[in-house]
Design a protein around this ligand. Structure first.
Ligand SMILES: NC(=O)c1ccc[n+]([C@@H]2O[C@H](COP(=O)([O-])OP(=O)(O)OC[C@H]3O[C@@H](n4cnc5c(N)ncnc54)[C@H](OP(=O)(O)O)[C@@H]3O)[C@@H](O)[C@H]2O)c1
Length: 436
């Protein structure tokens, strides 16, 4: 049966929800020239809707503070969950499926935790769970992996997946300002939340990496297993030393299959200046995928914001509307693979070059002691740099570049080094990704 109108209900009318409604209205001509049924926003639910500016929204739209008005409305075909967080979003999505409604969501936290169960439920009911906006906002990366390179055997993925931290790192490098000052600037400009923990501790990037790993490899894992390090330890001097090594520092997400093992990591990483990823600045996101047959593809764009995520949500709505008009939904599996396999995360065990910043109360023999512990652990120092502007010997930061060593060897050496009394900060070790 051909549908003439596809009705949409919104749960949440914040950045993402209002962005999607605005795109549906403002790009109406473009959308209707690509799609035969009319997309109609029927109801918007938001607890404080009375306080929001809705003057620009079409008069036909109804408002409610009761989610059941959306979830129990038999006319609504698609529910957009734009609330965020675990509950009540999870219950509402489950309820939407129970009521035979398709769901569009940008909720990466929930998808990383519950995506498998939700996708199974949707598939069992022949409904769509569409999630493009959940990873890298305006970059259609999930669609690209699921459709554009569906035939590819993906070998690795590197990504800058969190705009807040990329903005902070870019500003620290540019201005030489400290982490706290740059974070406060990001909050003033609206790039960071009042509570920035999920971003600066790398947890938001980790959730997106977990979703991408499902898309790339058909494997899912428990989030706690993914080694995750945030950016709070970084100081402006780290960028000076990185620059001397012709690198910049990015909060880099990595997903790789090596000998059938799944390697995942989120960590501040030294990225060579000549890598495309080094050129991704400010709040932008990027993903670099290497496939066994097609080689490298690179995706770049805005990772967040009303417009970019609004486009992602509405593009998902258009896809579902096309499926609905053709009488069959869920043409592709939510996470691209028909079946997802549970996988443990294997620690990186290949040798990598590392940079390690030591901050010490400097006196005779400090470097010799560090070098001897490193060499007892079979680690060779490639070079040592100390910025000439640093003159306070009681709080001196210098960097050692290490010849390739395994993270395990380095970890063992650093555990010994941490016990030394001249050390005044935990050493900061960063992997150098030489070939991306
Ligand atoms: N912001 C981005 O650029 C972006 C990018 C990608 C993904 N995401 C994801 O998109 C989701 C939404 O983010 P956002 O930035 O749009 O959040 P937001 O601006 O804080 O908006 C959240 C909305 O949810 C509403 N809400 C809260 N509790 C609700 C409930 N129980 N029932 C119905 N509505 C409820 C809020 O209502 P009131 O205002 O009326 O209280 C508000 O309208 C999150 O999962 C986020 O991770 C966001």
């Amino acid at each position: 049966m051909r549908k003439e109108i596809v009705n949409i209900g919104f749960l949440g009318f914040g950045t993402v929800g209002s962005g999607a409604v605005r795109i549906l209205q403002e790009n109406n001509v473009e959308i209707s020239s690509r799609l035969s049924p009319r997309l109609k926003v029927k109801t918007i639910c938001s607890p404080n809707i009375a306080k929001r500016d809705t003057s620009w929204v079409r008069d036909e739209v109804k408002y409610t503070t009761d989610p059941n008005v959306v979830l129990n409305d038999p006319e609504i075909d698609i529910v957009v969950e734009a609330i965020g967080g675990r509950e009540p979003a999870l219950s509402y999505i489950n309820q939407a499926f129970e009521q035979n409604k398709n769901v569009v969501t940008a909720n990466k936290l929930l998808l990383a935790q519950e995506g498998i169960n939700l996708a199974k439920l949707a598939a069992s009911k022949k409904l769509s769970l569409a999630i493009e906006a959940s990873v890298a906002g305006g970059i259609p990366i999930l669609n690209a992996i699921r459709e554009g390179i569906a035939a590819e055997k993906i070998v690795s993925l590197y990504g800058i997946l969190n705009g807040t931290t990329n903005f902070i790192l870019t500003e620290m490098e540019k201005s030489g300002a400290a982490f706290d000052i740059t974070l406060a600037q990001a909050q003033r400009l609206g790039y960071a939340e009042a509570d920035p923990t999920l971003d600066i501790e790398g947890l938001d990037a980790r959730d997106k990496l977990a979703i991408l790993s499902m898309f790339c490899f058909g494997r899912y894992t428990s989030l706690e297993e993914i080694p995750t390090q945030g950016i709070t330890q970084l100081t402006p001097i780290d960028f000076v030393y990185a620059n001397q090594a012709r690198c910049t520092i990015k909060l880099l997400c990595m997903a790789k299959i090596v000998d059938n093992d799944l390697l995942l990591s989120v960590a501040p990483t030294m990225v060579p200046h000549n890598s495309l990823l080094a050129k991704v600045n400010g709040s932008f996101n990027a993903i670099m995928i290497t496939g066994a047959s097609g080689g490298q593809t690179f995706y770049y764009g805005r990772g967040a914001g009303s417009g970019p995520t609004g486009i992602a949500v509405v593009s998902d709505i258009i896809r579902i509307a096309r499926e609905l008009t053709n009488g069959h939904t869920s043409l592709s599996s939510t996470f691209s693979f028909q079946n997802l396999e549970k996988s443990n995360v294997t620690e990186l065990s290949q040798p990598y070059s590392f940079s390690v910043r030591f901050t010490v109360n400097n006196h005779l023999g400090v470097v010799a002691k560090l070098a001897s512990i490193l060499s007892e652990n079979n680690i060779n120092i490639h070079s040592i740099s100390q910025d000439k502007l640093l003159t306070d010997k009681t709080n001196l930061s210098f960097v050692t570049m290490l010849e390739p060593t395994t993270p395990q060897q380095l970890h063992k050496a650093l555990e010994e080094i941490k016990k030394l009394d001249f050390l005044i900060q935990t050493p900061l070790a960063m992997r150098i990704e030489e070939n991306i």
